[in-house]
Design a protein around this ligand. Structure first.
Ligand code: NAD
Ligand code: GLY
Length: 360
């Protein structure tokens, strides 16, 4: 078992516990952080059939009254329509309506965590919630740090909040049921942590030939990733400075995702292309140590991740970057790596970034 504390002001601190089998002990873990009686498990159609019973049984054993609400798996569900259905399910009298003192348990990948977390942030102006992430991406990234959101027709994650969970319970055994593509999609975010701030993690990954070797070291990989994220979140919870480092590869990645209609690339795949591109661009402009891009591309390719997006028309990329939601007027904060393990922020004109992006 490994444990970390995200230390935040005003009672918002919480622990991240990484432990094989914790899913079926989650009731007793949740008891430690939540004194109420009602728990509502929010999950998706895939994860529900695999893991909801173990979670519900454990919560009941710990003395909670439990209800569960499920929605169809996948990013297309992460919208206001599903959110309204979640509120309906949570407030339905069968077997009981969740009240203001109740708890939401988010059981699933990043889509579930983001949407259940947003429901928790908004229902009764905030009920307690716990994250039980079941994809690698959710275990190393989305379950930690309190960003919760749903997508709008105008773009991804546009309606959201900062709302921290009471606890994050990570069971690495749940990764065993992930298809390869979803497992390796999460690896893109792990490679990101190596590149932006953890050269030993990057070297550990370079020593892993494939999923088998990664799985043997998965607790350490999740721990190091969460440790870096929690350090950054502690220093910049509201994403106004250092937290932007976590966006490494994401400005281009989000553009590639959008231009692929959110179906050609999964999030991590698009970020993989974005990281490789920004390293190549950094090298071309003397910001990145020569050879860093090739080293990262070799690792990403070994994990089956793409490093150059297919068929993105340059004009469309330029136009998409002009509307990046994180940009501020005519400029944006770009993230570059000096070397493996060392990232920095650079504010630059959007037009200049777009021109560089076309070279990448
Ligand atoms: P996801 O939740 O859709 O999960 C991917 C697929 O895996 C789904 O079909 C799901 O049903 C299935 N699945 C989940 N766990 C499983 C398991 N253990 N076994 C078998 N199948 C399982 O997607 P994701 O990749 O986990 O997360 C992507 C989402 O996360 C995006 O919406 C993105 O915006 C969000 N995100 C949020 C943050 C944040 O800080 N809040 C950070 C990064 C990404
Ligand atoms: N996923 C980026 C962040 O949490 O800030």
């Amino acid at each position: 078992m490994k444990q970390l504390t995200v230390a935040l002001p005003a009672g918002r601190s919480y622990d991240i516990t990484i432990s094989r089998g914790i899913l079926s002990r989650c009731g007793e873990e949740i008891r430690k952080v939540y004194g109420g009686k009602e728990a509502a498990v929010v999950t998706d159609s895939n994860v529900g059939s695999l893991y909801a019973k173990a979670v519900i049984d454990s919560l009941r054993e710990a003395g909670f009254a439990v209800k569960s609400v499920s929605f169809p798996a996948g990013e297309p569900s992460k919208n206001m329509e599903t959110l309204v259905k979640l509120y309906d399910g949570l407030l339905s009298p069968y077997p009981f309506p969740l009240t203001r003192g109740g708890l939401i348990v988010a059981l699933g990948g990043g889509v579930t965590g983001d949407m259940a977390g947003f429901a928790a942030a908004t229902l009764f102006r905030g009920v307690s919630f716990v994250q039980i992430p079941t994809t690698l991406l959710a275990q190393v990234d989305s379950s930690v740090g309190g960003k919760v959101a749903v997508d709008l027709k105008q773009g991804k994650n546009l309606a959201g909040a900062f709302y921290q969970p009471r606890a994050v319970l990570i069971d690495p055994d749940t990764l065993d049921t992930l298809p390869d593509r979803v497992f390796f999609d999460g690896m893109a975010e792990v490679v990101k942590y190596g590149l932006i701030g953890d050269a030993p993690l990057f070297a550990l990954l370079e020593g892993c030939a494939g999923r088998k070797e990664l799985s043997e070291q998965i607790e350490e990989i999740i721990y190091r990733s969460c440790d870096q994220k929690r350090r950054i979140v502690e220093r910049d919870e509201q994403d106004t400075g250092e937290r932007m480092l976590l966006n490494f590869g994401h400005t281009l990645g989000h553009a590639y995702e959008k231009l692929g209609n959110y179906s050609r690339y999964m999030h991590g795949e698009a970020v993989s292309c974005g990281m490789a591109a920004i390293l190549r661009i950094g090298e071309a402009h003397g910001l990145t140590e020569p050879g860093t891009a090739a080293r990262a591309e070799a690792l990403l390719s070994r994990f089956g991740l793409p490093t150059r997006p297919d068929g993105i028309p340059p004009e469309a990329l330029k136009e998409t970057l002009a509307y990046d939601k994180k940009s501020d007027g005519g400029s944006l904060t770009a993230v570059f790596c000096r070397d493996v393990g060392e990232a920095f922020l650079q504010k630059m004109p959007k037009a200049e970034f777009a021109a560089w992006a076309l070279e990448g």
